[in-house]
Design a protein around this ligand. Structure first.
Ligand code: PLP
Length: 385
């Protein structure tokens, strides 16, 4: 007897684990697979947590989070200029991951359709499957810059589609969907009565003055959109585990009830740290400047290597490079890059079925490391037949 149910049995081991496991036994490896900031958490956030703990704020909070953090979230740019009632339309969760999981667990009946853009962060597919949803891939293609369009959403629709999961700025592509694109997609959501779960965790990382837009702002969408976000990427706070969701009161109420049974609440001092962050957006702006400089070094470096082509990403901290010219499966290519160049990067095949032929390089790393990685990759590529 293994005590494991079918759903748990079907959970896939992330293919990137194989690379991590191998890399962890190696010396002198440059990590460009990291989906997290290398920068330190702002001192103000650390001090806020410290102060909270010393002041005895070390007990359970309300299941939906401390009121002052909910108010701060509703008043911050994370609310996309929309008006949310901090009492009923905002919940604080254990990172964005937890908000996504709570939402899907509260929405999906077994067999209902969940539309997931492809390529995207692998967790979406696994979560959607775990809650018993029927996952439908919204296929995107390099020729269209991997952009999700209304047309692409329509192609994935089935009569039982219930939820559309969107991620902009996107991991791994760095694509930032524009307001007109989102409006077109919104029309499909309204037409087919879909709830949109929109993951905006890279929202503060948009470059070159590209405007940030949320599908929640489009006509008729606020009441059918759950905006998911967190302080993880924006403020280099991945380990604090504070995320949140803004959306329809009925859904937030159910997510809060489920949170009571699953987590009770987010660690109390961490909520105070997150409040400091949400009230100091300038800290996120300063980090964006740093990533922007790295982005340019990374993309110019990749494009200087024969066989690699990389479009300039508009958001997040990933470069998604076209390596089709090498004519090799990207899992194998990344294994060889690790063995022969001592650089860890993520095969596009880890992000669904449309990312094959591409590799994700994270530029959440120092300029020196990025430059050294590029040198190693150039030597590696020159040795390929
Ligand atoms: N959403 C996306 C698209 C991500 O890439 C990640 C982490 O890589 C997360 C959510 C996780 O965010 P959090 O740390 O807030 O749970």
């Amino acid at each position: 007897m293994e005590w494991i149910n079918t759903r748990a049995g079907q959970m896939q081991k992330s293919p990137i684990r194989k690379l991590f496991d191998r890399a962890s036994g190696m010396r002198d490896v440059i990590h460009l697979e990291m989906g997290e900031p290398d920068l330190p958490t702002p001192a103000g956030a650390v001090e806020a947590a410290d102060r909270a703990a010393r002041d005895g704020k070390t007990h359970y909070t309300a299941n939906n989070g401390i009121p002052s953090l909910r108010r701060a979230i509703a008043a911050s740019p994370f609310a996309n200029g929309l008006s949310y009632d901090p009492e009923t339309e905002v919940i604080v969760t254990v990172g964005a991951i937890n908000a996504l999981a709570l939402a899907l667990m509260c929405i999906i009946e077994p067999g209902e359709g969940i539309l997931v853009q492809d390529p995207v962060w692998l967790d979406y597919f696994e979560l959607a499957k775990f809650v018993g949803g029927e996952v439908r891939h919204i296929r995107t293609v390099p020729e269209e810059g991997f952009r999700v369009s209304a047309e692409r959403v329509r192609q994935a629709l089935t009569p039982n589609s219930r939820v559309l999961m969107l991620n902009t700025p996107g991991n791994p592509t760095g694509v930032v969907l524009s307001r007109p694109e989102l409006e077109e997609i919104a029309r499909v959501a309204v037409e087919h009565d879909l709830l949109v779960v929109c993951d905006e965790v890279y929202r503060t990382l948009i470059y070159d003055g590209v405007p940030s837009a949320s599908i929640a702002e489009c006509p008729g969408m606020k009441e059918r959109t759950l905006v998911v976000n967190s302080v993880s990427k924006a403020f280099a706070m991945t380990g604090w585990r504070v995320g949140f969701a803004l959306g329809p009161a009925k859904l937030i109420a159910k997510m809060t009830q489920l949170q009571e049974y699953l987590n009770a609440c987010v660690a109390t001092p961490c909520q105070y740290a997150a409040q400091w962050a949400v009230e100091h957006f300038e800290a996120a702006d300063a980090m964006r400047e740093i990533y922007d400089a790295r982005r340019k070094v990374m993309v110019a470096g990749l494009n200087s290597i024969p066989g690699i082509r990389c479009a300039m990403p508009a958001g997040a901290f990933y470069a998604f490079a076209d390596v089709r010219a090498f004519g090799m499966e990207t899992q194998i290519l990344c294994e060889r890059i690790l063995e022969e160049a001592r650089v860890v990067c993520t095969p596009g095949s880890c992000f669904g079925s449309c990312g094959e032929g591409f590799i994700r390089f994270s530029y959440a790393n120092s300029i020196e490391n990025i430059e050294e990685a590029i040198r190693r990759l150039r030597t590696f590529a020159a040795r390929l037949p």
